[in-house]
Design a protein around this ligand. Sequence first.
Ligand SMILES: *Cc1c(COP(=O)(O)O)cnc(C)c1O
Length: 362
Amino acid sequence: MTKEVFNFCAGPAMLPKPVMQLAQQELVNWNDMGVSVMEISHRSKDYIAVAEQAEKDLRDLMGISDDYSVLFMHGGGRGQFAAVPMNLLTAQQQADYVLTGSWSKSAFTEGQKYGQINLAADTYTNEKGEGSILPFDQWKLSESAEYVHYCPNETVDGIEFNYIPEVDKPLVADMSSCILSQEIDVSKFGVIYAGAQKNIGPSGLAIAIVRKDLIGRANGFTPSIYDYAVQNNSDSMFNTPPTYAWYLAGLVFKWLKSQGGVAAVQKVNEQKAALLYNFIDGNEFYSNKVEKQYRSKMNVPFFLENEALNAKFLAESEQAGLLALKGHRSVGGMRASIYNAMPLEGVEALVAFMQDFAQKNG
Ligand SMILES: *Cc1c(COP(=O)(O)O)cnc(C)c1O
């Protein structure tokens, strides 16, 4: 038995242990077929049952109505940075992008290849020097935008919206790092998309939840695999989908249901985040530089007061079985990603380590 480790990687991130164990157990002999689910046709009745069940479970978990299509696509989160404008925008049309950190910035840059992209709000630091979100009444939304794009949780910066913007255009949200972490009202969105590797499953897979009236508008040059209409009409099987990732996502959805669904994991997520932020705020050795109301419950960047101790902190935390705490290279410091699969005990172990490290080195 290897010692217990807690993996705080931002992505690809840890998956629920029971899911990994079940996948291992049925890896080479799935459904008593003598083969892996990885090795069967995506058009077989057995696989289609897996695919349909995963979609149904996701619809149940998020309360997705029949007004929306749920697409299982290739290309991760960044694939959707291109897919969204290719499907919703012509070269002459406008879209509003709200920037709150590095991922929304990347989506903005990608969007510029395809249409007239307005910077509705730039990244914002408040008067105290904390990472924040430009107040909604200062956003420059344009009359003729086809959609408004934003990122509810900035994985790198640790900034999370505590509200859904009320706009009169289709709202497009990159939920790669917060999907299924808290209850949301899907009916407020035109498109929700997410790369899978934070809260859903293996990387490469992306899920796009698209309001049906927005389907069928893709530019002629749009690759078929990125055309929402093509994927919708072929039940996301226009070409071979990432079948194993889709299967694993399905196991994660089942696990979420067994935990009591999104409302139940949301409670645990709130507990985990409160535990870690309260500890950081109460200890002069550590700091977080995001305005309190916009702190991410999934990604917690923090700094050591004495940055000369960073390497020691990382080496000793890894020794203690607390993995991948190094902050993103653009931000520095540390980052603990505490997605759905991270149990409360993992955050408790992290806080205990941080306390001990501060005592020994303070
Ligand atoms: C990880 C992430 C992405 C990028 O996902 P890829 O699958 O690597 O393309 C995009 N947006 C957000 C918010 C992310 O956290």
